[in-house]
Ligand binder design. Structure first.
Ligand SMILES: Cc1cc2nc3c(=O)[nH]c(=O)nc-3n(C[C@H](O)[C@H](O)[C@H](O)COP(=O)(O)O)c2cc1C
Length: 225
């Protein structure tokens, strides 16, 4: 029989378990800073993500300082007020009841940025799709998110922030793009369903609705999912 490169069954199950049980976490952070070796493992998981041309454009700013987190939290409140104003009626009421960040509750935050103009990788893959530099950073974020789940660490992504304000607060140079602002910390449980589903904001769609074969087709059914 041909040798194959797959994992042992238990290891494979663990990978799928991390994927299936990962959640966006905004509450329930334990007030205990993550140890440095754990932070190093999470950052290393992010750093070994795929990247276009092997350019490795991702940069990481770990934010532990309370004053800086307070400034980011104030930026969130301002952006969230503007977001709230875009909704009316029941949707607005529902929006205002959502918990959409854990900037101050999490003992540390992590800003993940990208250097999309870096010469590293010699433009391979970016002549046609320059946006793949940012996509590479999103791959790094997901690696970290999954590794964190396996470590019992909650991660919550906050995009309700004016990037220009975030740049000012974290002193980000013009050529570097803030991609994600994450709240991270130990939690003692992970919800079994997305918080936005539990609150009735949105539902998850079945895989059959998003997969088609050979040609794009909205809503084609999968024969063998
Ligand atoms: C790019 C991106 C930005 C997000 N921004 C926010 C945010 O600002 N606030 C928030 O509460 N959740 C945010 N989320 C989390 C999503 O709401 C969450 O992933 C989705 O509802 C599914 O839930 P789950 O991650 O627990 O499976 C963001 C997720 C992504 C991928």
């Amino acid at each position: 029989m041909t040798e194959r490169a797959e994992f042992e069954a238990l290891e494979r199950d663990a990978v799928y378990r991390a994927i299936a049980t990962r959640r966006d976490v905004r509450r329930g952070f334990i007030d205990e800073p993550l140890p440095q070796d754990l932070i190093h493992r999470l950052l290393s998981a992010a750093h070994c993500a795929p990247s276009v041309g092997l350019m490795q454009p991702s940069r990481f700013v770990l934010v532990r300082d309370r004053g800086i987190r307070e400034a980011v939290h104030a930026a969130f409140l301002q952006a969230n007020e503007q977001a709230t104003a875009t909704y009316t009626g029941g949707r607005r009421e529902q929006y205002t009841s959502l918990k959409l960040e854990g900037i101050l509750e999490a003992p540390q935050n992590l800003c993940i940025l990208s250097d999309p103009q870096s010469e590293r990788g010699h433009q391979l893959g970016r002549h046609t799709m320059p946006e793949t530099a940012i996509y590479s950073t999103v791959c790094a974020i997901q690696n970290l998110w999954l590794a964190a789940r396996a470590e019992g660490v909650g991660v919550g992504w906050v995009s309700i922030l004016d990037p220009a304000r975030l740049r000012e607060i974290l002193q980000v140079p013009a050529n570097i793009v803030p991609v994600a602002y994450l709240c991270i910390g130990y939690v003692d449980r992970f919800a079994t369903e997305p918080e936005l589903e539990r609150s009735g904001w949105e539902t998850r769609i079945p895989i059959e609705d998003v997969v088609s074969y050979d040609r794009f087709s909205a809503g084609e059914k999968v024969a063998n999912p």
